[in-house]
Design a protein around this ligand. Structure first.
Ligand code: TPP
Ligand code: MG
Length: 257
């Protein structure tokens, strides 16, 4: 069955932005899950933070709410508590979630709130035209760091594993089919799911050549319930692993409340 997820909103992302890959992967993931009878379109709610990523809420024809910068996670916590039947999917940016929204993120993860969080990690504040974020590489030269960032970046997947997230995964916009497959699994996960989507920002942090050489997919048949292994794996830097590192079944915040 054709599921029409298009909207009439004018798209204002830069031509060639990797957000188009995330948008397409997401629409395909939703279409397949709806057609497979696993989710219902009218029960899906998309939340978004503020940033280039946040515009995605305007481009997918499902229920949606645009939050404040850094506040999509608590907003979706409320949405899910108010109506636990909803499939709550939040889109955020590396600035949105890992800077201003970090404390919300850690606590939602610890609670195992039944929210799926897809973070567009372009290692830059994109919408505000190129300032350093917690995931910017050391040496990154942008508007707020003209001499190069002197800080080491954080590793979001590691933070999520140590905070209690029950689904921790990483994907790259260069492989849209793989991204879609991981999105589908995250959406079906019961509990807090964190999907870090590595994406080059073609305008302010063009990392296309860097990531193309670095990323690889882990063996999808490996057991996913080994926290120690997952914590070690996500810290690999020489080559950057992609896939679902950790996935366990635990009671959610909403179930227990
Ligand atoms: C409370 C608040 N703080 C700061 C801002 C300014 N602001 C808007 S978008 C943005 C950067 C967003 O960066 P990121 O979350 O990485 O998203 P991207 O644009 O890269 O997709 C900032 C700092 C704001 N709108 N509201
Ligand atoms: Mg960003």
């Amino acid at each position: 069955m054709t599921v029409d997820l298009n909207t009439k909103a004018k798209n204002t992302w830069c031509p060639g932005c990797t957000n188009f890959m995330i948008l397409t992967a997401f629409k395909n993931a939703l279409t397949e899950l709806i057609n497979e009878g696993k989710i219902k379109k009218d029960k899906v709610v998309v939340g978004a933070g503020i940033g280039c990523h946040g515009k995605i809420a305007d481009y997918v024809n499902v229920n949606s709410i645009i939050s404040l910068h850094g506040r999509v996670v608590p907003t979706m916590t409320g949405v899910k508590l108010g109506n636990p039947d909803l499939t709550a999917i939040a889109f955020s940016g590396d600035g949105d979630s890992y800077a201003e929204g970090m404390e919300h993120l850690v606590h939602a993860s610890k609670r195992n709130s039944d929210i799926k969080l897809f973070v567009h990690n372009n290692q830059v504040f994109g919408l505000t035209t190129g300032q350093v974020t917690p995931t910017s590489k050391k040496g990154y030269k942008g508007k707020s760091t003209p001499g190069g960032s002197i800080e080491e970046p954080i590793n979001p997947s590691l933070v999520m594993l140590s905070s209690g997230a029950t689904f921790v995964a990483r994907a790259y916009t260069g492989d849209m089919v793989f991204l879609m497959q991981v999105m589908k699994k995250a959406i079906l996960h019961k509990g807090f799911a964190h999907l870090e989507i590595i994406q080059p920002c073609i305008s302010f942090a063009d990392t296309r050549d860097y990531f193309k050489e670095k990323v690889y997919q882990i063996d999808s048949n490996l057991p996913k319930n080994d926290l120690k292994w997952a914590m070690e794996k996500v810290q690999e830097m020489e080559k950057i692993p992609l896939g679902i590192f950790y996935e366990v079944d635990k009671p959610t915040f909403e179930e227990q409340l």
